[in-house]
Ligand binder design. Sequence first.
Ligand SMILES: *Cc1c(COP(=O)(O)O)cnc(C)c1O
Length: 384
Amino acid sequence: MTLESQILQAVQRVLPENGEPKPLHAPVFQGNESKYVQETIESTWVSSAGTYVNKLQEDLCSFTGINRAVAVVNGTAALQLALFAAGVEQGDEVLVPALTFVATANAVSHTGAVPHFVDVEESSLGIDVSKLETYLKQHAIVTSEGSYNKHTGRWIRAVVPMHTFGHPAFINQLRSTADRFHLKIVEDAAEALGSYEGGRHIGQLGDVAAVSFNGNKIITTGGGGAVLTNNKDMADKVEHLASTAKVSHSFEFVHDEVGYNYRMPNINAALGCAQLEQLPFFLKTKRKLAGQYAEALSEISGISFIKEREGTKSNYWLNGLLLNDPDMEQRDHIIKKLHDHQILARPVWKPMHYLEMYRDMPKMDLTQTESLYARIINLPSGVM
Ligand SMILES: *Cc1c(COP(=O)(O)O)cnc(C)c1O
């Protein structure tokens, strides 16, 4: 039997057969969503203030064990504000994995900084820390005020590890490299709510993290995101920038810098509170689905199922399989075969340095990113 037929059969054994197309994700609303959203409408508190925004922030803190959460309009805005809080300014460079969703690089661009692409490694699908360390030793100059790129002369202010599909990147190892080169760690945890490294929730080990509550993420607020940090000054700065940099005053409109209108509306936060109540159930269901895929695919030679790295707990937001060898033609054959049967599998994102607007950005050798691009196939991962 061909590889694509073997994979199709295995995936069909896992997914319920109800004749419906199987997207990568679909949100599930089985809890208090209608009730809470209805309450915001009845109270007229639907916009950028209200009790659900505070509740969502408090609930996120208790779920993650992180001191502060600031709810904002989406994950990209959360990342942009997190970068500002980390001291990133126009004209700086920020290290970003080339294997990521475009929003990671876009958020850097939105601050006026330049994304500088770094490679990933296979076990975490996140930044290859030892490769980064070697690279920085060759290309960055360390001063008491920070490190700069010796070719471009720009400050390298921060590194943005991304937890791919919910699998924790190597933040512990990254910490010593980041410290050596005076870089802040801004975690793109958009996909990683409910993921843990050594028992600590993602976002605990970096300086500041951004999560997303877009419709395809593990919980949704329609559109939304949050900045998570244990650093009070960073949280205050994010809150300030997200609310038009408004200075507290009993009646005057006073703003002390160019701010943003990025606060999450209360109506979205209401949806989020109801979703967060169900997160433990979503995590359980996703883990079960991942286990079923792992087993069904285990017999097939030439591929492997993407599993959580040892010592970590993934939220298994998005399941995927890995071809042993990079082969775009084979990858696309498999995807097409699955699509023929309503299983809407997808390749991973096109690497950032292949995209028109990011082609000429600074970058290291990206061999592993390019190889993984031709090996990863994501599978339907919704809670069913
Ligand atoms: C979803 C996502 C984002 C952006 O979140 P939005 O809420 O859609 O703006 C950023 N980075 C990664 C890796 C994502 O998956």
